[in-house]
Write a protein of this length. Sequence first.
Length: 337
Amino acid sequence: MPKITNNPNLCSIRVAGTGSYVPDKVLTNDDLAKIVDTSDEWIRSRTGIQERRIASDAQATSDLATEAAKRAMEQAGVTAEEIDLIIVATISPDTFFPSTACYVQRNLAAKNAVCFDISAACSGFLYAMSVARQFISTHTCDTALIIGAEKLSSMVNWEDRNTCVLFGDGAGAAVLKRAELDGEQGVLSAYMGSDGNQTDILVVPGGGSACPITPDNAEQRLNTISMQGKEVYRYAVTAMRRACDRVLQRANLKPEDISMVIPHQANFRIIEAIRERLDVPPEKMFINLQKYGNTSAAAIAIALDEAHRSGAIQRGDKIVLVAFGAGLTWAAAAICW
Ligand code: UT7
């Protein structure tokens, strides 16, 4: 059952800066129709996705993460040496170990940071936000860099039309600091949940200790994403609706107080279902999945940066972030921007 992580005794954290990075290479729906039996019409109508970005062979997840981090740090006005915590949320790490966060630390020369990864799939960026909130609130650190970064193109079976049309590469980052201006600013409430009974419906089954890739099973592509789309869809709608309700309740907010909802960017039909539940107008749902597809842990981080830089969210706005992913995992946060 879901674990509630909002602790009223925690002081709040504020987002001091955001940044994002997507690779240059664009893969359109028409491009995909040349390699699997699909069409632009099917992908648009079922998901809302029009194109996605694909990293080059030379780019690892940490490279995408590093670019996003530099942009967030520049906006926040913090130096690499001021960062004392780096959390990378990813399911496509550079290597099983060391953590992708350690590669980012090296790239940034952030020598004072403690670094680790979080594996919570599409909910990872919000899990990272909650973890950083605890660290900052307890004065374990002052300046945290949280990043959602994925090179999902390296884990996709490009012969499976059920999955290969959905995913893309990219990274988003945020610099978090203690909110000192007033009690209203920063993260107002947070909520996380997991359900380990549904590990099978969205999984990369091979390549780990449970099922190492061998010469005998290599042909089965077990080290690529496998998903029961309809099942995941059903859980996603229910879990994200509930997560929105919980963070609003805990922050003492009503849906009409919300200026913008930034949902996980997997499927516009799922986003529409959440919008109906919240009863907010379409312009209050931030959507960019048409450009990037589902970038898992990076999706909300990229959307947050785009919403911020485009002026779609302004200082003082109350916003809700909500995510859902493999595990199953889900999470939400209410923030006074
Ligand atoms: O980020 C983590 C969370 N992930 C999600 O939230 C994803 C949740 N799931 C979804 O978004 C949707 O379930 C999908 C977009 C993955 C699929 O949409 P759907 O409406 O559930 O379609 P479906 O899986 O029921 O497939 C409908 C039909 C099937 O054909 P038949 O059996 O009806 O003849 C599929 O074989 O569409 C077929 N199909 C495709 N056709 C053209 C599946 N993929 C494709 C494709 N192009 N790419």
